[in-house]
Design a binder for this molecule. Structure first.
Ligand code: FAD
Length: 302
């Protein structure tokens, strides 16, 4: 770790509490939390991790992450401020993965470019949005994608076009050992009224349906094909159920919120309880939408 520390030209925080890097405000320490300075730094870090078999995980801003209380035994790499180049030229939008999705969406709206306006209010970075295929109110980040650049553990850059990577509901097939570095989109030049109306519908929908006052990671479960996960959790009588400082939101049952001191184990208990009750009552096995780091295999099974 000392060798790596001396090598990194960006920032490397040792035993860094993941409470500081997740929207839940939950999670034990990562062995090292690294923000590379630039592509050369990133390439060197990945090569080093590869050569020394260091477990390596990529995160964005942690808005879809549940990290174990025991922490993460490995390197956590995030592309933050030094990967935040955003360039809009006509209908072509180029952005690096560390760009906050909200910033990109607002800049596109300002230019009356249509295609990403329904994503207004989705927290997180562009990198996280691509890997999650973030979506809201009928739009998905992959809809107007032209290509994505990733970096492999050998430190090589590689480009994918849609089709080489499959995108579906809150899912993509990016290999887990490649970090998404940047992407280019081709949007549609529209007019102010159309773009502003779509934005307004998305903003209003979000404000009325989501418990935005509390810390959460958005939807905990994917919606099953039968309907909304929140509906089934509600019908199972679980809205407002608390474990420790964690609660199944009484506003939106697919959001679990942290009232301040919640632990990952509290959220895990609520996840298992929801899966159990919904399965018993409706025969539906809810599938996690949130990504998890640092847990033993099988911990979410019922
Ligand atoms: C209040 C609230 C509302 C939300 N509403 C929505 C919504 O409407 N629609 C929606 O889709 N989501 C929603 N979310 C979930 C979340 O905002 C999205 O999933 C977001 O795209 C995650 O981005 P992130 O940068 O925080 O990624 P993270 O949470 O840090 O990571 C998510 C996944 O992406 C991977 N990843 C991140 N960056 C990279 C990278 N550069 N290279 C490779 N892998 C990477 C991580 O390994 C992880 O698997 C909401 C969350 C909150 C808290």
């Amino acid at each position: 770790m000392d060798t790596l520390n001396n090598m990194v030209t960006g920032s490397m925080l040792r035993d860094e509490a993941m409470t500081r890097h997740t929207s839940y405000g939950i999670g034990g320490p990562a062995k090292a939390y690294i923000t590379p300075k630039d592509k050369d730094d990133l390439a060197q870090i990945l090569q080093f991790a590869n050569q020394h078999n260091l477990p390596t995980y990529f995160v964005g801003s942690g808005s879809n992450l549940l990290v174990a209380d025991e922490g993460i035994d490995g390197l956590v790499i995030t592309l933050g401020k030094s990967f935040n180049h955003l360039d809009i030229n006509g209908e072509t939008v180029f952005a690096e993965s560390g760009v906050m999705l909200g910033k990109m969406v607002k800049e596109c709206i300002r230019r009356h470019l249509s295609g990403v306006e329904s994503l207004i209010g989705v927290p997180g970075t562009l990198g996280g949005a691509l890997v999650m295929n973030a979506g809201a109110f009928g739009g998905e980040i992959s809809n107007y994608l032209k290509h994505v650049t990733v970096m492999t553990m050998a430190g090589d850059e590689k480009q994918y076009v849609p089709g080489e990577i499959e995108f579906s509901y809150r899912h993509s097939t990016f290999p887990s050992d490649e970090i998404v570095v940047s992407a280019e989109f081709k949007l549609i030049q529209s007019d102010e009224a159309t773009v502003m109306e779509r934005r307004a519908v998305a903003s209003a929908g979000r404000k009325t349906t989501q418990p935005l006052k509390f810390r959460s990671a958005g939807s905990v479960f994917k919606n099953p094909k039968e309907g909304a996960a929140g509906y089934y959790i509600d019908q199972a009588g679980l809205k407002g159920t608390k474990v420790g400082d964690a609660e199944i939101s009484d506003h939106h049952a697919n959001f679990f919120v942290n009232h301040g001191q919640a632990k990952a184990e509290d959220i895990v208990s609520l996840i298992k309880l929801s899966r159990q009750r919904v399965y018993e009552k409706f025969g539906i096995m809810l599938e996690l939408e949130v990504k998890t780091l640092g847990f033993s295999p099988g911990i979410f099974d019922i």
